[in-house]
Write a protein that binds this ligand. Structure first.
Ligand SMILES: Cc1ncc(COP(=O)(O)O)c(C=O)c1O
Length: 425
């Protein structure tokens, strides 16, 4: 019998490229970049008279887009997280709850401010931090919850806010994936105490590299400002420094790119969400796969990657890894998100002591050993090993017909399980 599946040499179900290439740019980006070039003003400046800077305009525009009152633009998303943690006062001796399913920077930023990430499991319905797991991990040293909008899916902010209020914890949102997302009509980054965005090139709003801290608190915004501007205080003399801090200033190149890309974001978010809603609705017609649960309080979903579930128990011995590999060969590139639970990275692999070699100094109390090898987040482990399938946001920028092609490719795999079971991974 000749091979049907593309992974075995058959014809792919989707020979054409889906979605759009990323990033998307045009004459606007060229014009604005050229404006910066010829202005000779390539850095933001000292901020004393900042109204005209591109970065200042981008801060105001992006904060408005996400419903936040204040913004501090920085060099990248990891720096934005660090800045956000500094703003809420996290430091040596503190613990921050971080979900096991996320990019490593959510936890690295905690280490970089001298605190300890306490890694907790996620809600299997939507892969965001499980409020019950977070509650169970609270100790007298816990100071904050890192609410990662994984893939762009907003966390259960009602539950996390309640937990935060009960235990006096700051809610720091990692919004690196959630540009455009809304929870109960309010943009991410304007929820909780402070939010941190990434504008790295793959993100749905990109400046190549870049990041931003958003908050509704003037006090937190001022602290973030000082931390990203070498310890200056807003409105004070340029040569006056108040706290030990670093330089995370965004350049005018990035600011102008942010302004240009932002003009495209609302329409792109709408197209992606329309296509994803259609795909989710039709996916339930195919056995063996299912969309993630979308909480009805998620009023807009601006996703970075779109997860769906492979349901191993419904397949006759086929694994998720075989499925993903074969789907990619059919022309639908498919990943897992971030491949493994946070604590399985080499960074956490040894018996690590916060404050030990290679880590920031910590108080004697915080220098207690944490054996990350003994950590066990069963849902996150199961999700990455057997269930998670993620599609890139650019796949959703084309016509609805592209979604039908994705469905056809998945349906083809379901119909050829005998062949799929033999696929090497
Ligand atoms: C969840 C999450 N947080 C933080 C970051 C860090 O952002 P950056 O790469 O801009 O430093 C990323 C980057 O992809 C991310 O996925």
């Amino acid at each position: 019998m000749s091979a049907q599946l593309a992974v075995n040499g058959g014809d792919p179900a989707v020979p054409e490229t889906l979605g759009k290439p990323w990033p998307i740019f045009g004459a606007l980006e060229e014009r604005l970049l050229n404006e910066v070039l010829t202005s000779g003003q390539w850095w933001r400046g000292g901020y004393a008279d900042d109204g005209d800077s591109k970065v200042g305009q981008f801060e105001a525009a992006f904060a408005r887009f996400q419903d936040a009152e204040h913004a501090v633009a920085v060099t990248n998303g990891t720096a934005a997280l660090e800045c956000a943690l500094k703003a809420v006062g996290i430091g040596a001796g503190d613990e921050v709850l971080v979900p096991a399913a996320t990019f490593v920077a959510s936890a690295t930023a905690v280490l970089l401010v001298g605190a300890r990430p306490v890694i907790v499991d996620v809600d299997p319905r939507n892969y965001t931090i499980a409020p019950a797991a977070a509650a169970a991990a609270i100790t007298p040293r816990t100071r904050a919850i890192m609410a990662v909008d994984y893939g762009g899916m907003p966390c259960d902010m009602a539950a996390l806010d309640a937990l935060g209020r009960r235990h006096d914890l700051a809610i720091v949102s990692d919004c690196a994936h959630s540009h455009g997302s809304q929870w109960q009509g309010v943009g991410t980054g304007a929820l909780g105490d402070v939010g941190a965005f990434s504008f790295q090139m793959g993100k749905t709003l990109t400046t190549g590299e870049g990041g931003m801290v958003l908050t509704n608190s003037q006090e937190l915004a001022d602290r973030a400002y000082s931390y990203h501007h070498i310890g200056r205080i807003r409105g004070r003399r340029f040569n006056e420094f108040h706290v030990p801090a670093t330089n995370l200033r965004m350049t005018e190149w990035q600011g102008t790119m942010g302004l240009a890309q932002l003009t495209r974001l609302a329409a792109q978010t709408e197209v992606r969400e329309r296509n994803a809603t259609y795909l989710a609705g039709r996916l339930v017609e195919i056995p063996g796969v299912a969309p993630l649960w979308r909480d009805p309080r998620v009023t807009r979903w601006g996703f970075y990657f779109w997860h769906f579930k492979f349901l191993p128990e419904q397949w006759d011995g086929v694994t998720c890894a075989q499925f993903r590999r074969a789907l990619a060969a059919e022309g639908v590139s498919c990943g897992t998100g971030h491949t493994q639970p946070l604590y399985q990275h080499p960074l956490f692999a040894g018996r690590m002591v916060v404050g030990g070699e290679g880590h920031p100094p910590a108080t004697p109390d915080a220098a207690k050993a944490v054996d990350f090898r003994r950590l066990d987040c069963p849902e996150t482990e199961r999700i990455y090993a057997t269930e998670a399938c993620s599609l890139q946001h650019r796949l959703f920028l084309g016509p609805r017909g592209d979604m039908d092609r994705v469905l056809a490719a998945i349906g083809k795999l379901w119909a050829h399980q005998d062949e799929l079971r033999q696929v090497a991974v």
